[in-house]
Design a protein. Sequence first.
Lengths: 378, 565
Amino acid sequence: MKSFSLPIDPICCPDAKEVGTTASRNGARSNRTVRRASLPIYWLATFIVIQQSVLAAEKTDTALVPSIFAPESAPAHAISHLAGFVLVITAAIFVVVAGLLLYAVVRFRRRANDDGTEPAQVYGSGPVEAAWTTVPFLIVLVLTLTTARVIQEVQDARKPVEALDVQVIGHQWWWEIRYPKLGIVTANELHVPASQGRSRFPTFLDLRSADVVHSFWVPRLAGKTDLIPNKVNSMWIEPERPGLFVGQCAKYCGTQHAKMLLRVYVHTREDFDRWVEQQRKLAENDPTAAGGRLVFERTACINCHAVNGTVGNGRFGPDLTHLMSRTTLGSGALTNSPEGLRAWIKSPDRFKPGVLMPAMNLNHGDLDKLVAYLTTLK
Amino acid sequence: MNGTVTTGDISSAMPSGATTATEKTVFDHIHSWLVTVDHKKLGLMYIIYGLVFFVVAGLEASLMRIQLAMPNNHFLSPQLFNQLFTMHGTTMVFLVGMPLIFGFANYLVPLMIGARDLAFPRLNAFGFWLSVCGGLLLYFSFIGGEGMAGAGSAPDVGWFAYAPLTGKAFSKGHSTDYWILGIMVGGFGSIATAANIITTILCMRCRGMTLAKMPLLAWLNLIMCGMVLLAVSPLTAAQIMLLLDRFLGSHFFDTQAGGSATLWMHFFWIFGHPEVYILIIPAFAFASEIIPVFSRKAIFGYPVMVAATVAIGFVSVSVWAHHMFTIGMTSTANTFFVISTMMVGIPTGIKIFNWLGTMWGGKLRFDTPMLFCIAFLFQFLIAGLTGIMLAAAPFNWQLNDSYFVVAHFHFTLVGGFVIMIFAALYYWFPKATGRLFSEKLGKWHFWLFVLGFHMTFDTMHIPGILGMPRRIYTYEAGRGWGVLNLVISMGVILQIAGILIFVFNLLRSARKGRPAGNDPWDAWTLEWSTSSPPPEYNFAEIPTVKSRRPLWDIKHPTDPDWKYE
């Protein structure tokens, strides 16, 4: 097995600060879940026990496990409740039918003292057939009606006036994220406000694709919706607490489908407004990094990347205006840091084989200058 | 009873199946298989072809499981991984599933309806050799996929090859063209054979065998072949459109020029969903023949079983878009496909209950074929229930394209289809070879394979629930997927061990097994009345039947079936 160690750790676990905050909030959340647990949540207990023991074995931070049964947003809650209901019914069917099968296998096995005669031949029974046609029909009726209600609840939800509008555009293999009303363009990390009590701040996503079909999936916030070229799809989320929620592209979209990761940062309304204010600023123009800016403007970087206020206005790759406000590079391929940035620019293919960004073959001096410039783009 | 065959009299009245083999060279043997139009030889070749590709697809899967056994693994490159899952899926459906069902249909249908061959023996050979060409063409892509000058490259667009990933802009070279042509050529073979089997069943049943007295296997194959005619054509049409896009500049699926990506999805799944029923209905057919014999009872509710299968056939052509709940259809369209999909559960449930009803009050013999049938019932039950979960559209928005779906369809296609292929192979092996397989090795195969299957595919549901998408060549540590994926990969070891025993058992028993006699299972359908292996003409005298179980009538002259049916 070929294996080599990377100079920069790929994103394995979040930095310590995130672990601290999410873990404590997670505790508060589980208390609430227990209170809310009405009927279908009990089966979840079993699942969670298994899940927790598996995760414990791996020393995983549960807050970053994108489980569909740890919903933190309105559509994901609705789905999780429906899922609970469906699971209760299917579990009941399983117990009955598997029980009958087990009973038949044990009870009707040929015994050692069998006399060799054939058993009574039964060819069928009208009433019995009618019974086991009617019961599944009723079950299907109940399931269909419940499902139809949830489809409407999620899909036809009305968009409130205070909703945040975001455009998400899928690219091979990264996410372009635009806030058209706020004039913000960023990539791979979606920032949204949390609803607090009565003040609801849902986010409505407008999903498009620049090339092939992708799918936006952050399991703890909502079900997935595809991003399809020539078609505008929409979905919405309404997170209830600040935190980081991870997801990734769910529709096979080519070589690096696996490394098209998504991070959703949910802020309090105040924090979100601060983030918006910071993102709306023009790019830093640090005179000490002017050499690096020159490198950026005079190489092919600008064919694909944009930095607000420079000649670079390429749209094929992520916007770099506030590059250093992002946690990851290459749509989650590695951690964003000066060293990471340097290694990434030097050879993107090493972290993300097949990536469309070419290695620019800069000399050491230019590379250092460029990295110094990019790190000023806070 | 005049004209009705009795056990044993045929074999004594005529020479055994093989004609004098004394003066034949190896070359003559090969020649006889290449030019044969005999349904039994073609059936066996279909089955061997399917089994060879089954091993190939299994190896592809094993490589992928090594890669996924731990996070951030570098065993395979992303490019190779993507080729492997594309080829694994395509191979299993088109080069394993289809040849195996047609192989068994070829071999069994004429024998079970008392005919001497299919209606069009030459068309039958034509269909088989087209399938072979399709398979070879697909696998030639490993050498020729980038065009003759470059290195080879297999298709890497996934087995359902969504547009526009298959367009020239995103899929350069010729690997996608091999995918299109290989499957299209095989598809023509499937249509030819399906038409052939339908004609045979409708026109060539022996005297006395009305439609209502056909063995269920014949009924279910009739329905399956009807579905092949309906389903394969839209796929072929879509593939021709894609070829036009790729070579003649049309824009059906070319989204950059205003084409539609969802159009391909509709075309593909209007084939793809009936296709999974095309594969599973023959599995139902095997269960409907094997369970009664090993329960020592007639099938429970024969007319209901036929009606339920016809219902599945009809409903299955109206459910395709449940593969597309995430593409942003309207809530009305989503609700329609929820209803139609849930409806499939009713006839499928009825079938499971009828098999249980057959076992109820019987005297169950747990020979290897029956063990596989019981595992099938258990696994297909689970597959049906996870199917209900996936049919609930909002639940599907979470589960679609996750490992949960992968676990679900492996429960139907491995836990259902492949398991029943094993049951059928063990059950009809004595008929085709004239020898008994080793029951002991059969049971080893069963337990190793079933344990490995459950270790792999039961576990596989959980990473899906924890947000792991399918078709990713690697994943981050810290998502909670690592240990689960290791367990999934370990299960493969047990499955491989089971398969090795199975292959050894078949090869050894075919040469050294104890002679089977005509009717080793004490069964009731016509194929057990002729010799094992059957002569080229199947029956010295075309039988006449009076009930669904002609051999039961002969074995129990005082209490025949026809009095009650």
